[in-house]
Design a protein around this ligand. Structure first.
Ligand code: PA5
Length: 489
């Protein structure tokens, strides 16, 4: 297999920061009336009319930041925390074979997103000397079959667990913690637990913090004002990244440059504000589904991370002023080119109720030549002489052309490369976009009352003290067994 580091076919010299322009570009032409017509695209006049709301959204985010509510915007400036993470990561890289994240939602999705984007795509399969550190697993579910199978393949004596929960009380994470801490105690002995378990949680509150103090566990803090889905650039996401050898300083430098790129209140000079405004305008015109479609295997899980960010932040019954509105775009993730053979038919010809957000990569870190292995085969020979990178780009362009022809709104975040700096930019751009969108939709982007309701029901069903009343209500409402259930013959 011939690997081509650059499109030229010659090995590419290492790209220095001075040579490369790593700024992400946001191309929204495909959302405009000029590209797809006035019925489905946003006109200049509409955008002009929305400028006031956009500027107000920008001002509110700024005000809340100044008031200390949005501490996630300060994460790129962390210094001591980064040093602490790097020191801990270096020690873990040295002495363990497997690193496991126990967490869920915002305490897991960012870890996976960053790892998939920036570690070797087959990190866990590499030999130890090429990996340079431990394998990484993010266990963000409580499916017993999966957890038991994991226990079968892991050597606990060479494993470090990082339990992450901001609240310190999430049932799934607390169950995992008890399970694996118990197994660890048996495997390594009680006093050694400290070497195998690191807690990442609130600096002061919550049961996990209490446990840290009681058991003398090592811990990292999630700063106040940094909620779960906005925490990827805190210790939550940084430790597993650093353990995998990812340059967390570059990640944060990228995030810092995105904050600077979004300093202006004019949407035309602020990409996150522009996208939030366009998505909001299009939502109001019936484009209620937002598809994120990376044309990059590495960015696949970043779309998953964003799905939670967009859904949990914007999907709200009540507006900030208490009006019942039940708003929120539905985020979907798709993967180019894979889902061209699964989803794109729907996107091009189904209901015109979606915005397609491409994540595009100008230059892949590797490219492969397509060889002519079977000469004279019409459906194969023409591909020879091209690269897989070219094929990827041609397919992405083809999808955009088809969407334009069908008058479907779409936009692109174009990353020069997938590297720590650009991934940091993208994470911050999308968080800012969500913050602005929260203001435009007039909802609180930082709470999740709908999730809390389910959590409370689960506490009640699992017998947590203090939830007896809810348990009684659930029992009273239970349907007779079999009602509305069709038997499967
Ligand atoms: O974004 C959020 O706040 C949630 O998705 C949380 O991350 C998730 O519920 C897990 O919460 P915790 O970190 O408290 O365990």
């Amino acid at each position: 297999m011939r690997e081509i580091p650059a499109a030229s076919g010659q090995p590419a010299p290492p790209v220095t920061r001075e040579q490369a322009d790593w700024a992400i570009r946001f191309d929204y032409h495909g959302m405009t009336a000029e590209a797809i017509g006035g019925e489905h695209g946003v006109s200049e006049a509409e955008l002009g009319a929305a400028a006031e709301a956009a500027t107000a959204a920008h001002a509110t985010v700024g005000r809340r930041h100044t008031a200390g509510e949005l501490a996630w915007l300060d994460l790129p400036e962390q210094r001591d925390e980064v040093r602490e993470v790097e020191t801990l990561a270096a020690e873990i890289r040295e002495r363990c074979d497997t690193f496991v994240v126990l967490g869920i939602g915002g305490s897991a999705l960012g870890n996976t997103a960053v790892h998939t984007a920036l570690a070797h795509p087959f990190h866990n399969l590499l030999p130890r000397e090429r990996r340079g550190g431990p394998r990484l697993f993010v266990l963000d579910n409580v499916d017993p079959s999966w957890l038991a199978a994991f226990h079968e393949v892991v050597d606990l004596r060479r494993t470090v667990f990082n339990v992450i929960t901001k609240s310190g009380s999430t049932a799934e994470t607390m169950a995992q913690l008890q399970c694996f801490a118990g197994l660890l105690r048996d495997a390594v002995g009680g006093p050694a637990l400290r070497d195998h378990l690191i807690a990442t949680t609130d600096p002061r509150g919550g049961d996990l913090r209490r446990l840290v103090e009681r058991e003398g566990l090592r811990s990292l803090a999630i700063p106040p004002g940094v909620g779960g889905r906005f925490s990827v650039l805190s210790a939550v996401g940084l430790l597993s990244a650093a353990v995998a050898g990812i340059d967390v300083r570059e990640l944060l430098a990228g995030a810092a440059s995105a904050v600077s790129a979004c300093a202006q209140p004019d949407p035309r000079r602020n990409p996150a504000l522009m996208n939030a405004t366009l998505q909001w305008l299009l939502y109001r015109r019936g484009k209620v589904i937002s598809v994120m479609m990376p044309y990059s295997q590495r960015l696949r899980d970043l779309a998953d991370w964003f799905r939670q960010l967009w859904a949990e932040s914007l999907g709200k019954r009540l507006t900030c002023s208490g009006e019942e509105r039940s708003v929120g775009p539905t985020p979907i993730k798709a993967l180019g080119v894979t889902d061209q053979h699964s989803q794109v038919q729907l996107y091009v010809e189904g209901p015109n109720n979606k915005v397609i957000n491409f994540l595009s990569v100008a230059r892949f870190d590797r490219d492969l030549a397509i060889p002519e292995t079977f000469a004279g085969l019409p459906s194969a020979s023409y591909l020879a002489g091209h690269t897989f990178g070219e094929l990827m780009h041609a397919e992405e362009r083809g999808t955009a052309i088809a969407l334009t022809a069908a008058r479907r709104p779409h936009c692109t975040h174009l990353l020069p490369e997938v590297r720590a700096h650009t991934v940091g930019q993208l994470l911050m751009l999308l968080q800012l976009q969500t913050a602005y969108a929260g203001e435009l939709f007039e909802v609180n982007a930082y709470d999740q009352p709908g999730v809390e309701a389910g959590k409370i029901a689960a506490f009640a069903l699992m017998g947590r003290p203090g939830y007896e009343q809810q348990r009684a209500e659930i029992s009273a409402a239970a349907r007779p067994h079999g009602e509305h259930v069709s038997p499967i013959p």
